[in-house]
Design a protein around this ligand. Structure first.
Ligand code: GLV
Length: 301
């Protein structure tokens, strides 16, 4: 079984992934893009991490495209993605737990003002601010998939007034946002959610609310978010994802005193567990068995 392995994997990580996948599926031969180019018809499956557009074109015998990333928006935006080939996203309890930890950390830090204290330390200022209880803080998690549901569960467990929302379930977004102190975005990026966090969205949040974006940069209209931060209406933003990654040097988010920035690190795919999950799906594809975690291309996730 020849499997293409490609995407946003550094040279060092490529070896680690190849090793983990090899251990999980010893009968497979793992090819990089250059090796797969020699005989495109020999490739029967692809394991990909946010690959560049065009990576999967011209492979007539593909039976499965298994993503190592949870979000498959870049794959679906690739006009050369072979139609009709099953596409599976990564659903890994280890990644789900990591994402819930990040969402919980952001909630705790925003609620207790720890980012503001970090800023005061840099300024050499000793000043205490008021302390609220967790049950006084309203947290809304956008997204009710694997990641959003678990994040909401963990946050609710800590006593926060937590609500979960998706395009299909939940109250109208504006009424939810009007009663939200911390909004955490874990939606898939689709045509329906692109640019969701814009001036209109931010205007319905109460003054001094905070935004946490752990999903995709494309959900946010950067200029609108910056305007809300600069005006002081929005207390803080925790941002893990950006329109362009790495975030370009000089971007206003880098030095903004109200922005806590992560380098797309909220929940990394862990080769130790994800390789086993990918291998199980590859075996199922080889044996004609039902596949797990399939993406509905029409829905976009
Ligand atoms: C990371 O952003 C992922 O989609 O797994």
């Amino acid at each position: 079984m020849n499997v293409l392995l490609c995407g946003d994997i550094g040279a060092a990580d490529f070896g680690a992934w190849q090793q983990a996948l090899q251990a999980a599926l010893p009968e497979a031969r793992w090819l990089d893009l250059a090796a797969a180019r020699a005989d495109p018809a020999a490739v029967v499956a692809a394991v990909v991490a946010n690959p560049l557009p065009g990576s999967l074109a011209g492979r007539p015998n593909l039976r499965l495209i298994q993503s190592l990333w949870a979000g498959v928006d870049r794959l679906l935006a690739d006009a050369t993605l072979p139609p009709g080939v099953p596409l599976a996203r990564m659903v890994d309890p280890a990644m789900t737990a990591a994402m819930a930890e990040t969402a919980l950390w952001a909630t705790l830090a925003l609620h207790r003002g720890f980012f503001a204290y970090a800023q005061r330390q840099r300024e050499g200022r000793w000043r205490v601010h008021a302390q609220r209880r967790a049950d006084e803080v309203r947290v809304s998690v956008l997204g009710r998939g694997q990641l959003g549901s678990e994040a909401a569960r963990r946050i609710a467990q800590q006593g926060y007034r937590t609500r979960a929302w998706s395009l299909r379930e939940g109250p109208p977004l504006a009424s939810l946002l009007a009663e939200t102190d911390i909004v955490i975005n874990l939606l898939p990026l689709t045509p329906a959610t692109r640019g969701l966090i814009d001036a209109g969205f931010l205007a319905v949040l109460p003054p001094q609310a905070s935004v946490v974006n752990l999903a995709r940069g494309g959900h946010v209209v950067d200029a609108d978010l910056l305007a809300a931060l600069d005006s002081g209406r929005l207390r803080h933003a925790v941002l893990d994802v950006f329109h362009t990654e790495p975030l370009p040097a000089g971007h206003a988010f880098w030095q903004h005193p109200r922005v806590m920035l992560l380098p797309h690190a909220a929940a990394l795919t862990d080769p130790r567990s994800a390789a086993l999950i990918a291998a199980a799906n590859l075996r199922a594809a080889r044996d004609g068995l039902p596949l797990s975690n399939l993406v509905d291309r029409a829905k976009g996730y």
